[in-house]
Design a protein around this ligand. Structure first.
Ligand code: F0G
Length: 462
């Protein structure tokens, strides 16, 4: 019998958006003008845009229909109450604090919980999350398992928290200096790597025993749920929806960027269990985001979001096709011996720049240089996730040198076809074959905070 493993999409295409094709000469000029930073390219100069899976999803016909019935009332919009229902049902949190996107929720959470001098342990940093923790006066401490720092390690749950590391942080600083543990599901910077249910549960139990809260970054919790279903004993017959709810049950709240799992182009929320914490969050919300019943979103945004949240768990086929497509691209590169982070993650394929261009030292930004070279080859836009993204240590002023020096090829949801993935693989393989020609970069402009967004570079001639 033929093994049936196709992940084909559970949808068909009703509207198409033509994309602009460019020549190599145009791309050479465009990347120079963009200071070798793909964030600074014009989207019109990109053929296949794998910069991010954030806010780049294709909405369904039902989501577009929802936009039309959005209620734009300033206060008490019915779209807000539909969103509350969806979050309560799908994630299981009672209190909803809507925000314009994920970092808005991170800002408010950090401000209500972190005091200057506090320590916030987490499973690898995310750029905006750590920024807000530090901005509130806290210090982020990485407690992810060691395996996460090795691109080749095949551990099935490289997003797990190392409980011994967490215990050591508590012992060193005292539980009263640890307001919460910041637990990211399907860790972005580690390559889209999941945590196991056993680890989520054990972390929650350790925290409860020490009176420490657990706050999830549940931005990609759906993708994490899929890996638990595929890899963790006892979950193979559980629905994605029920696994997602169980993930959230081991936490006191969550920040969510709805621009990922939730299938919308803008939006996010902070969800909590404790009504008193929610009250404090809303007090800041009205100053920084918007009134408590819209946060930073229009009524139509909340309506499309409520529909997206229900749609993502309505069947298991959606997430299977989404991650199936990512794994398809990853498998093509593995077969061609291109070094990538393994196992292939949930939202993208991460090229191991340290292994691909070992002749470029880390202070010459190998992943940034490889990202630029890839764009020039065929117009595929990726993102640096290495030393440029890590930034400088506020205490010493030196670069933070992360062990992972990666180029992220992030796959938008429901946007590109299998043929697009073939084009991407061909381009990556072609660039890999000519990797000796890639030279390092130096800054011509370096912003102080979150420097990767706006930095400019120039090549350092050999
Ligand atoms: N948390 C995680 C894990 C994220 O990946 C992001 C955004 C955020 C929080 C912040 O959410 O963008 O809505 O303010 N990640 C995007 C990315 C930018 O490309 O990975 P936001």
């Amino acid at each position: 019998m033929v093994e049936r493993r196709s992940w084909a999409e559970p949808f068909r295409i009703k509207v198409v958006e033509p994309i602009h094709m460019t020549t190599r000469e145009e791309r050479v000029r465009a990347i120079e003008e963009a200071g070798y930073n793909t964030f600074l390219l014009r989207a019109d100069d990109v053929y296949i845009d794998l910069l991010t899976d954030s806010g780049t999803s294709a909405m369904s016909d039902r989501q577009w229909a929802s936009m039309m019935i959005g209620d734009e009332a300033y206060a008490g919009s019915h779209s807000f109450y539909r969103l509350v229902d969806a979050v309560q049902e799908v994630y299981g949190y009672e209190e909803l604090v809507p925000t314009h996107q994920g970092r808005g929720a991170e800002h408010i959470l950090s401000q209500i919980l972190i005091s200057p001098g506090d320590v916030v342990p987490g499973n690898m940093y995310f750029t905006t999350t750590r920024f807000h923790q530090e901005y509130a006066g806290g210090r982020f401490v990485d407690v992810i398992v060691e395996e996460a720092h090795d691109p080749a390690d095949l551990h099935p749950f490289k997003g797990n928290i190392d409980l011994a590391k967490l215990q050591a942080v508590i012992d060193e600083h005292g539980a009263e200096k640890v307001p919460y543990v910041s637990f990211e599901t399907n860790v972005n910077m580690a390559g889209g790597q999941p945590a196991s249910m056993a680890n989520l549960k054990a972390t929650y139990e350790l925290c409860r025993a020490n009176d420490i809260l657990v706050m999830l970054d549940a931005t990609r919790a759906l993708e994490n749920a899929y890996f638990i279903q595929q890899r963790e004993a006892g979950f193979e017959d559980r629905s994605i929806g029920s696994i997602l709810r169980e993930i959230c049950s081991y936490s006191d709240g969550a920040t969510v960027s709805s621009k990922k799992d939730n299938l919308v182009n803008i939006g996010g929320f902070l969800a909590l269990r404790d009504p008193e914490l929610a009250r404090r969050a809303r007090a800041l919300l009205v100053a920084f985001e918007g009134l408590q019943t819209y946060g930073g979103m229009a009524g139509r945004d909340m309506e499309a979001l409520a529909t997206g949240i229900r749609e993502m768990v309505a069947t298991d086929d959606h997430i299977r096709a989404r991650i199936g497509q990512v794994e398809y691209l990853g498998d093509l590169l593995i077969k061609a011996d291109v070094p990538v982070v393994r196992p292939i993650g949930g939202h993208g394929v991460f090229l191991d720049a340290a292994a691909i261009v070992p002749h470029v030292p880390q202070d010459r930004f190998p992943a940034q240089a490889l990202t630029a070279a890839l764009y020039v080859d065929a117009g595929v836009r990726g993102m640096e996730r290495g030393v440029v993204s890590a930034g400088r240590d506020p205490a010493t002023g030196d670069h933070k040198y992360p062990k992972l020096e990666l180029v992220r090829l992030t796959i938008p949801r429901r946007v590109y076809t299998q043929a697009h993935m073939d084009v991407v693989a061909e381009s990556v393989i072609a660039v890999h074959e000519q990797r000796d020609r890639i030279e390092g970069l130096r800054f011509t402009y370096e912003p102080e905070d979150l420097r990767f967004f706006q930095a400019r570079f120039e090549p350092i001639p050999a």
